[in-house]
Design a protein around this ligand. Sequence first.
Ligand SMILES: Cc1cc2nc3c(=O)[nH]c(=O)nc-3n(C[C@H](O)[C@H](O)[C@H](O)COP(=O)(O)OP(=O)(O)OC[C@H]3O[C@@H](n4cnc5c(N)ncnc54)[C@H](O)[C@@H]3O)c2cc1C
Length: 561
Amino acid sequence: MSNPSVEPVAVKWWGWGLESKTYPLDDKPQFWPYLLKTLRLAELRECPRVTYEQVRLPAPRLDGRTLARLKRVAGVANVSTQKRDRLTHSLGKSYLDLLSLRRGIIRSPPDAVVYPEDEGEVAELLDFAQANRISVVPFAGGSSVVGGVEPARRRGFKGAITLDLRAMNHVVDVDPVSLTATVETGISGPELEEALNRKGFTLAHFPQSFQFSALGGWIATRSAGQVSTKYGKIEDMVESLTLVSPSGRLETRAVPASASGPELKQLLIGSEGTLGVITKAKLRIKRLPEVRKYEGLMFKSFRDGINAIRETMQSGLIPAMMRLSDPYETEVSLVLASEPRRLTEKVTRKFGLWMLERLGYASPRACMMILGVEGDAASAKAERQVAVRACKRNGAFAIGSAAGRTWLNERFELPYLRDILLDHCILVDTLETATTWNRLETLHGAVKSSIEDALAGMGASGVAFAHVSHAYPDGASLYFTIIAPQVKGREAQQWLRMKKAATNCIMRNGGTLSHHHGIGKDHAPWIRQELGADGLDVLRAVKRQLDPKGIMNPGKLLESS
Ligand SMILES: Cc1cc2nc3c(=O)[nH]c(=O)nc-3n(C[C@H](O)[C@H](O)[C@H](O)COP(=O)(O)OP(=O)(O)OC[C@H]3O[C@@H](n4cnc5c(N)ncnc54)[C@H](O)[C@@H]3O)c2cc1C
């Protein structure tokens, strides 16, 4: 049985989030007609999923003696070979993962799921796994979208175990003088924020997966939260960390900065479970913001919006977020806006849209930006002033705070829509990259075309749309969403063809292989191209040192499955 003290809330094994929750579409009457028109479909198909009872898992490979010894190491209650535990740890939440889960095709579940309770237990478990040729997957929230948590079935291994770290969820210490918090890495996003908020602090790391991901996963994937433009990515928030590897324990110094050679900490951040288990981190925290102001602006073109973000980022006064949707994403956002209930609101909205059109902010070129500032009142005001001025210089039209409020309230909801689309045989995926300002627009156009061409090549009229988020003085990330009718019987090939085309295009056009999702299994075939052959050798040498028998998360990051 899984550790009863940490029994999770009921989450979907086949999709995203809470079992009890879905994405509301009743108040968005334009959505289905828009989708049919965009994907050139006469009607929608139904793609039902299998029931839990219909899922069959391969039998666990660990023999009785090995399992009994594993239970002696971790405690009987902390080792599970039950179907639900193995199933919920078999895959992450990528499109491919959901395809497999919904069909009940689970090729490589862990043979056992172990719930260690402290760092000492993690060390003992790695010793045990190394001595017994058992591979180990560290598991935080399981929201990987790049195949990061799927155990690899490798010859020469007796089996695979997954270490779910959710019981290691304690805030060890908060230092209000240095503004740091020492935290175990199994802590989930909500648990961490609640604990910090109670003391008047925040980490300010809010990936869209926030509610169902955890600190260890964020650090291991170099994750980015929605307000990373102001507060940085997770690698900027970690002052020091502890890693338990099969070769021993590493703890980096807890100092604000150091000139003691290359930074070991940054080598371990982003290691995706391939070097060991990150058990603890000292995090840079912030005081809760006094002010949080989010608002909407419209631009006449994507280029205008990009220029506004660049000019703001290069001014030195950085807002929390400048999230600019391209024209296609802007259209989708408007279609997904809830229909107002009251007549006066309906009239106001209709008039607003008519006005925007009259002023030249019309589809198919207009782009929406959500601008957010946070912090103490004075700095938030100054940051807003600089950003709004840059937007106005580039022709923006302010549409007010309602758009900002809606975005804030719904910022974790959209992933629930993916499950509904999958129910109707629609491919839905996202991918992301980052590049410098001088290449951003070209990269955007090229990736969009590469995806749509690849989909068309398989007879599906799919679309890709994007937003610029996570901005820097020298560039920004691009985040693409792809929707297309599934090619019946060839769903996985269709995705692979699209993914290959997009990734090759990103690499050709000066983008990085990943800005924040990481490498996992899906991006591993391109890692040599990203790091260069010598660069990859350096990281592989580190892996040999820390994990000489290669038990840590094989088939991810540094090697293809
Ligand atoms: C709907 C949705 C929205 C998303 N939005 C964002 C977003 O806004 N920003 C973003 O950055 N990402 C996003 N992601 C991707 C994903 O949530 C991130 O990669 C996240 O950081 C993974 O965290 P997790 O706790 O779920 O980690 P997991 O999926 O459990 O693990 C991810 C990787 O880290 C390794 N790992 C986990 N814990 C440890 C540990 N303690 N020590 C060593 N290795 C470990 C795992 O082995 C695996 O390789 C999103 C995903 C989904 C499904």
